[in-house]
Design a protein around this ligand. Structure first.
Ligand code: C2E
Ligand code: MG
Ligand code: MG
Ligand code: MG
Length: 279
């Protein structure tokens, strides 16, 4: 009998894993409810031109106020939305909402929208983008899509086709979080980007690590050759701002200028910005 007991399979039962799986299932159900009942909102973070000090764009960042758990970070729920396929519908909501809200901003301000690799793989992405533009009346040149290297690694040829379709619409393409992941400088040569966003991890180190500064300098130089904009992500201090400017970055984004803010606060910020320019 003792021997039989030794073969019981429940030793594979792991309570921690089970709890984790339950949490995910709950999160998935709650995401569906949020999508159906308007539980998401977008916050916007300004992108500032380092030569003119003007806000030339804003990145839309998804926010979810969970009824019980409060604000949940996209870093936590976007992966669940990707695994369950819900990111397709959530991403479409983000695109539509960002285009509609941006249509009310001054015409020189672009909106940047994050596109998940899962959305990018969909053959209908360019149709969905076109429909968000048509519905909002936003000029395609004012929409920028942020993609990550993950979409390039999976299937080069398919990625090139999709990028071509999107650029044919007139939208801009930014490579997000450059320097994390596989980060091959070859991507910058092979794919038609309008902008490279240099990951916050380099910007964080730039004032005390000459390696980070050299990498930024190299990216800036390739980008300049190919007429691409370079954005330094996560600029938090004056010193970081001065350094990335000195290294030749075109834009900055970060808490130093502004945290991501709700749409009404963003409109106030943009109005104040254009008054300042006029003065
Ligand atoms: P990301 O696209 O790289 O967005 C920039 C992130 O850096 C944002 O985090 C922003 O709040 C944060 N950030 C900006 N400036 C600073 C700074 O000075 N210091 C620090 N410490 N952080 C800064 P957030 O909003 O939590 O978003 C995290 C990630 O979630 C995004 O990274 C993006 O990958 C993903 N995400 C957000 N919204 C969407 C969306 O609508 N769709 C998809 N697919 N992904 C999204
Ligand atoms: Mg982004
Ligand atoms: Mg980023
Ligand atoms: Mg980043």
């Amino acid at each position: 009998a003792a021997k039989a007991a030794g073969r019981r399979t429940y030793r594979f039962f792991d309570p921690a894993m089970e709890a984790q799986a339950n949490l995910r299932r709950e999160l998935e159900a709650d995401l569906r409810t949020a999508l159906a009942e308007g539980g998401f909102e977008l916050h916007y973070q300004p992108l500032v031109d380092l030569r003119s000090d003007e806000v030339t764009g804003c990145e839309a960042l998804l926010r979810w106020r969970h009824p019980v758990r409060g604000m949940i970070s996209p870093a936590e729920f976007v992966p669940v939305a990707e695994e369950t396929g819900l990111i397709e519908d959530i991403g479409q909501w983000v695109l539509r909402t960002a285009c509609i809200e941006a249509a009310a901003w001054p015409a020189h301000v672009r909106v940047a929208v994050n596109v998940s690799p899962v959305q990018f793989k969909s053959e209908t992405l360019s149709l969905k983008v076109a429909s968000a533009l048509a519905e909002s009346g936003l000029d395609a040149r004012r929409l920028e899509l942020e993609i990550t290297e993950a979409v390039l690694i999976a299937d080069d040829d398919a990625a090139l086709v999709t990028l071509g379709q999107l650029r044919a619409l007139g939208v801009h393409i930014a490579l997000d979080d450059f320097g994390t992941g596989y980060s091959s400088l070859q991507y910058l040569q092979r794919f038609p980007f309008d902008k490279i966003k240099i990951d916050r991890s380099f910007v964080k180190e730039v004032t005390r690590n000459s390696g980070s500064a050299s990498i930024i300098r190299a990216v800036v130089s390739i980008a300049a050759d190919r007429n691409m904009i370079t954005t330094a992500e996560g600029v938090e201090t004056d010193q970081q701002r001065d350094t990335v400017q000195m290294l030749g970055c075109t834009q900055m984004q970060g808490y130093l200028f502004s945290r991501p803010v709700p749409a009404p606060d963003l409109r106030t910020l943009l109005a104040a910005d254009s008054v300042e320019d006029a003065a």
